[in-house]
Write a protein that binds this ligand. Sequence first.
Ligand code: SF4
Length: 240
Amino acid sequence: MPATGPCLSKRSPKLGGTLNQLHSSFPRWENPRDLLDCKIGELQKCPGVTVMTRSTITECSLTGAGYSLTVSDGKNGENLDFSVDAAVLATGFDLMDISIYGEYGYGIFPNVFTPLEFESKLKEWSRGEGTKPGSIALFKCVGSRDRSKGRPYCSKICCMYTAKQAGAVKEMFPDSKVYVFYMDYRAAGKEYEEFVRDVIENRHVRYVRDDRQRCSLKTESCWSGQKIRSLDCPSRWRWT
Ligand code: SF4
């Protein structure tokens, strides 16, 4: 007899997904840990919810009124059947391999990070660890809106987390120089425009516009010293 209550099935070992890796949130600078604890607390108060981590939905079929699901529990190898009225599929995401953009030097220079790696860096700094940054450059639209790489779409989220990361650095290190290189910024959500404006006007992050956004990193000695010297950008920058 299949269970009929709500079932939350996750492949990863704990609830929260990528939120577990984040230093802060937008547009309200909340602590992701607090947000998660609050949501998990609410979930635990819901009667009859089955939460399964390390699990995979192996079968899903339409029945007359809803769906019949089979979930494989990775912890004990058992299969559990559920009969539910609705199924919500939340796919999550994987990061692309940004080393295909050779001009940024990812994988060559130790201080070039993906956004999620930079979140870890922010956490490290917030614990008082690591070396204080001098200058930081954040590049937007890398891996999006680029037909040459087969990704013509806008990701819709990176304008905001870039602003958040830039603002977080300035909050911790007001003397550091933080630049955001961008084609456009698309802040189309509640309180989003105000959030980006606050980062620019009150935290003094410098937004640098270049229509082609094809800045690249120059090094002291490309393959030996690997020390980043400057940013090589077209001359027609516009400062926001
Ligand atoms: S415009 Fe903003 S949200 Fe869209 S791909 Fe570029 S950085 Fe991301």
